[in-house]
Design a protein around this ligand. Structure first.
Ligand SMILES: CCCCC/C=C/CC(=O)SCCNC(=O)CCNC(=O)[C@H](O)C(C)(C)COP(=O)(O)OP(=O)(O)OC[C@H]1O[C@@H](n2cnc3c(N)ncnc32)[C@H](O)[C@@H]1OP(=O)(O)O
Length: 318
């Protein structure tokens, strides 16, 4: 059977991949993995197959990812403040679903922001590790999900803006280079501690960051985990504009409402032309980064780095 196509057809493609992986596993394990994978994604599958929505309709109900549409703007909010908006598996799927809807609804601009003091602390470090601190048997599924997630950003057809209300970490930073504009509060910071986590960069940042800021500055972030202030990130070209925290929300949303009144088709075509020559390259880099992550994630060095974070409070009490 040929592999299902389409970037938003994640569940069908994951199912196809899972079926094709069965050959190399013991039969019972393979069957159980397949059942677990499909059932965990089935609710998202239903959601993904829903139709087009109007821009002023509440687009999606989800606890940790809020989606609203108003004034020509679809707003996607990381809404898990008690965990600093860390991104769980379900949140990756909810975001893909929200982007799919936003790509065809009546809104003109799509905006990401966060609830609480953080924009997002990046990947939920519990996604891959169980209570005993071992890597869970979800690595292959995770890297497939990551690849599809990043492809959604590469392919998103309308202007995509990040309103970075506070610190951003990991994938919440790397994916910003695929946005069309990044507005940051002067309270925001940008941190990619991949080496500290024994991990490698994702979201095409191994290509986009050196292109944006030059190889030396990109290496400081991606290899050495240097945390940038909002103004440093602006100086490196990752951030479009920095606003004082006191006026951030008012200034940014006023501006975005004005932009949302611009002719949508002109902006869409301009974006298509800007991205057109890069798309193939971005798909390739994304695939390579995910293949490298698949290689890395099962390793003990990686599990150890995750354990250090997850059990840090217990250790501190000892
Ligand atoms: C599909 C798979 C795709 C894989 C894609 C890979 C992406 C790579 C990355 O994104 S790497 C980046 C991962 N993120 C981090 O390393 C950040 C980890 N968090 C921290 O360092 C700190 O929590 C902090 C600096 C963000 C905030 O520190 P602070 O001391 O202010 O607050 P707490 O540490 O007490 O945090 C409050 C609670 O939130 C939980 N939490 C925060 N971030 C994460 C996270 N990324 N993953 C899981 N949990 C997180 C934290 O554990 C606290 O929970 P608790 O109250 O239950 O202890």
């Amino acid at each position: 059977m040929p592999k299902p196509g389409g970037v938003f057809n994640f569940v069908n493609k994951a199912t196809w991949d899972a079926r094709n992986a069965l050959g190399s596993l013991p039969k019972e394990t393979a069957r159980q993995n397949y059942v677990d994978l499909v059932s965990s994604l089935s609710s998202s599958s239903e959601a993904l197959s829903q139709g087009k929505r109007g821009a002023d309709e509440k687009a999606q109900e989800s606890k940790d990812i809020l989606v609203t549409s108003e004034d020509g703007i679809t707003k996607i909010t990381f809404n898990r403040p008690t965990k600093k908006n860390a991104i769980s598996f379900q949140m990756y799927l909810d975001i893909m679903h929200a982007l799919k809807n936003a790509s065809t609804d009546n809104s003109v601009i799509t905006v990401f922001t966060g609830t609480g003091d953080y924009y997002s602390s990046g990947n939920d470090l519990k996604n891959l590790i169980n209570d005993a601190g071992e890597i869970q048997d979800v690595v292959a599924m995770s890297t497939r999900l990551l690849r599809e997630f990043v492809n959604c950003f590469i392919d998103f057809p309308k202007p995509l803006v990040a309103v970075v209300n506070g610190p951003a970490v990991g994938i919440a930073v790397t994916v910003l280079a695929l946005f069309d504009a990044v507005y940051a509060s002067d309270r925001a910071t940008f941190h990619t501690p991949f080496s500290q986590l024994s991990q490698i960069p994702e979201a095409c940042s191994t290509y986009t960051f050196p292109k944006l800021m030059g190889p030396a500055k990109a290496a400081e972030m991606l290899l050495f985990g240097k945390k940038l202030t909002a103004r440093e990130a602006w100086a490196q070209g990752l951030v479009t504009e920095v606003f004082p925290e006191s006026t951030f929300e008012t200034e940014v949303w006023t501006r975005l409402k004005t932009y949302a009144k611009l002719p949508p088709n002109a902006m869409r075509i301009s974006k298509e032309l800007i991205r057109k020559h890069e798309k193939q390259k971005l798909y390739t880099v994304n695939a390579e980064e995910c293949a490298a992550a698949l290689e890395r994630m099962p390793r003990e060095e990686y599990a150890k780095a995750l354990r250090n974070f997850l059990f840090r409070k217990t250790k501190a009490k000892l």
